[in-house]
Design a protein around this ligand. Sequence first.
Ligand code: SF4
Length: 273
Amino acid sequence: MHTDIKNLTIETFSYCNAECIICPNSNLNYRRKVHLMSLYDFEYIIRLFPKLNEVTLCGCYEPLADSRLPEIFDIIRKVNSNMNVRIFSNGSLLNKWEEFLLNNENLSSIIFSVHGFSPKIYNELMKNLDRDKIYNNIIHFIEKRQLMKKTKLKVEISFIRTSLNIHELNIFKEFWKRHLIDNVYNYELMNWNGTLKNYHNLVDAPKLFSRPCPMYENPLVIDAFGNVVRCCYNFNFTYGNVKNDGLTNYFTKKRISNTYPDIDCITCDGWKI
Ligand code: SF4
C-alpha cells in the first residue's frame, strides 16, 4: 500500500512555457487551467508516503517555471533530508536557476527534454523555445558542474523519436557525448491516450504489435490539482483527488487485459509497440 511507495512523480504547477507538438499541451482541447499546487498540499502529499526516498518533479509542466523552487526544496528536505529529487525540464529557464540547482544537495538528476539537433527541426517540434539558447544553457550548466566537481548530480537528455527528427538521432547522441552528458535517452513517441494532434504523421515507425502497457503500474503520478492520474501519459483520467478521496482507488486498480490495462486506455498506444 502507500506505505511502500518510494518514488513519487508530482507536478507543483500546471503551466508550461513551451507548446511542443509532441505534447497534448499543444492541443487546445486538452489544455488545462493554470494552477499552482499550494505548498501546504505539496507537503501534505509527500508526507503520505513514509518510505519515500525520491521525488520526481515532472508531468505536463515546466518545473523551472515555478518560482517557489527554493521553498519546494525546503519542504522536501524537511520531510527527508536525504530525499533524491529528479527534475524534467526543457532547459529554457536554466540560467535563472543554475546556481541554485548546482548548489543543491538533494538534486540527484536533471533530465532535459531536447527533441532536435538542428535549429530547424528543434524549433519545429519545440514551439515557443529557442534551440540555440537552450543548447547554450545546457552546455554552460554541464561545464559549471565539471568545474564544481558535482559528480553526484547526473545531467541527462531525453529525445523523443519522431518522423521529423529521427534522421538527427546519431549526430545528436555524438554531440551530447562530446559535451559529457551522462545519458541520452531516446524514447518512443506516445499518443497520450489519443489526445496528441497529428500523431499519425509524427510517429517514426508504426506500432504493429501489442504488449502489456508498462506505464500502468509505475510510477504514482499526482497532478498540480492533487489528482492521482492514470499514468504519466494520461492526465485526463483520475483515480480521485488525493486529499478528498485518498488513494484506495489507485491501489485497488486491476488490469482488465494483457494489452490495454483499462477501458479508457483503448485509444492509447501505450499498449502497442
Ligand atoms: S495504455 Fe493507459 S496506462 Fe498505458 S500509457 Fe496509455 S493511458 Fe497510460
